[in-house]
Write a protein that binds this ligand. Sequence first.
Ligand code: BGC
Length: 759
Amino acid sequence: MKDYFKHHPWHIIEEGFDPQYNKIAESVFSIGNGRMGQRANFEELYSGETLQGSYVAGVYYPDKTRVGWWKNGYPEYFAKVLNAPNWISVHLTVDNQPLDLAVCKVENFRRVLDMKTGLLSRQFIATFADGKRVKIHAQRFCSMAKGEAGAIRYAITPLNFSSAATLSLFIDADIINTDSNYDEKFWNEVYKHADEGQCVVTAETKKTFFHVCTGMRYKIYEGGKEINGSVNTELRDKFAGHVISVNLNEGAELVVYKYAAILSSENHPKDKLVENCKNLLKDLQNNGFDKLLAEHEAVWEHKWKDCDITIDGDIAAQQGIRFTIFQLTQTYTGEDERLNIGPKGFTGEKYGGSTYWDTEAYCLPFYLGTAEQKVARNLLVYRYKHLQKAIENATKLGFTDGAALYPMVTINGEECHNEWEITFEEIHRNGAIAYAIYDYIRYTDDKAYLAEYGLEVLVGISRFWAQRVNWSEDKKKFVMLGVTGPNEYENNVNNNWYTNYIATWTLRYTMEALAYVKDTDGNAYAKIISQTGFNESEIKAWQSIIEQMYFPEDRNRNVFLQQDGFLDKELIAVSAIKKNERPINQNWSWDRILRSCFIKQADVLQGLYFFEDEFDTEATKRNFDFYEPMTVHESSLSPCVHSILAAKLGYTEKAYEMYLRTARLDLDDYNNDTEDGCHITSMAGTWLSVIKGFGGMRVRDGKLQFQPFIPTQWNSYAFKIRFRNSVVRVEVDKTRVTATLDSGEPLEVIINGSGVMLR
Ligand code: BGC
């Protein structure tokens, strides 16, 4: 674990430049606005280790699958959100010496991400080989107010010299993805143009033919006066730029403003992209940096007003939780139902920017509790729009009659994952998509969602479960064979308890949803019946599965079993694994992992978390006590579930320990992998640990409930929760819990079992 960034309640701070941390810092200091994102790459040239990354939401490339042994049913490609044209560069050269932090001597380096305002800034003094010293102050943001805009203020002060210099400002679409399967470049040029103070490049993705038009405009000032140096235009393949000759005068600050517009054919007709890009650039320049920044900051202020969490007595925890809220909020804004949340968001290439069950199982509650209802709703609509593809996906695997299997990994609804044990077997993801509909409606009371979108999805998923089980003559029960549960350290198991449970739960919930829509909206019901070809006799089959499903149990210990045969394993605790063998996925053979009892992530416990009201606390306790010691938590999605359950069981120290596992996962590079990008979806788990774990927040019978405790390490904490038409603020200190209505309509909440009316 590294303690590299300085602790501060609102800022992430890097002091001093250490190239070995650069890629980690590039991930951590990433900025975005839901439409696009940018790693914290330097504006100036950098010849050291870097992972260049600019991303445009929804623009992907189907990279041909690479696999050792092809299996029928594998997807042909992995859809990757692409590394997009570079709009950030401002390259400075003084007397033929490029400003390059890998070459120059660097002093007073300070990089700060202000999470309150979403502004990234960097300051340093660099000394060139000939002794010339220059002070740089760079600031940039991806506008939360104008989703297609980025702006940079780059200030250069020569400290001990006056000299001619050049500035190279450009748009470069000659970009490669580090994770490209065949080292191919994914962009072709469609158009480029450079005229006075402006350059535009339109690039097209190969195979998918998305167009992204990236443009820049700039102005340069010295002492508040605009200067116009002589300009050379540089045009080459996929590249348009200007090289501007300027004079640097000792002690005088030269400021470059670079405005960028990034437009995609997802949002504009292809033939209008260039025109719209140029219009936006003009608008950005007319507004100017300060006004654009003020607009951007106002959006952040508005967002923070309803979702901040404060922690008194632990500044590292305060920074960690704000980082979580900041990252999740800038990754997904919910304005576009075609978009979703990749496990790395806009901070790296890993996981291809694609959608996983992480969204439904972990992220949805974050957006329900912190943003307007439509933000969470659009996450559900995204899956509704992919229903047809989910049906095709199931059909390819041999299922029939409208059965739907949602993909494990997707951008456009098609499956991208190509490991058989996950593609074909990790089918529990289908259950999470059904559960999210229930979770959303429980939280918002938007029951109309069922008739509009939800029911069709539920019917498709239920049909899949009904076909995926089979009758066991031996057990006289329905069984589900050949699956992988959330715990990916077991493959091809029979009767994974979690999968069997979520399957029967989905059938039950779909039956309730059908009855509800039939009763309340006969027309919608008739339409859905005819669209899906639903036959009420299907319900009979579902009922029989619900009644006769097999669930593996250990009757002696009175716990549910991960899967058939789990008790044949040697049951040993994680504490028996040698420290230098952890994480086991980096030190043990896969074979050894599969044979061991060690659990990658919450599995039975994931079920007890989702369906807690269907089990008594004693059952949760028995299962928690059995499984927690065998869980290695080698997925960052795991500790939050254990933290929430531990809190519920009164294991407060354990709850805190589990919360700590992800609270600063990226800030402290806990798993040595932050350089690939931040763990955006598991950040939702950190938030859940605080709100559902420590805060004990639940929604029951349409009411918001809290049962808080305070970790001994903290003096007090407070959080805001948006619930229906109200925002509630809950403060917890060592002696009491206070709930107030922060804004919106009066609301009754239940605190430690008693109802309180908030006005
Ligand atoms: C986890 C999955 C998760 C994926 C993406 C894997 O390591 O086991 O549950 O969906 O990462 O976050």
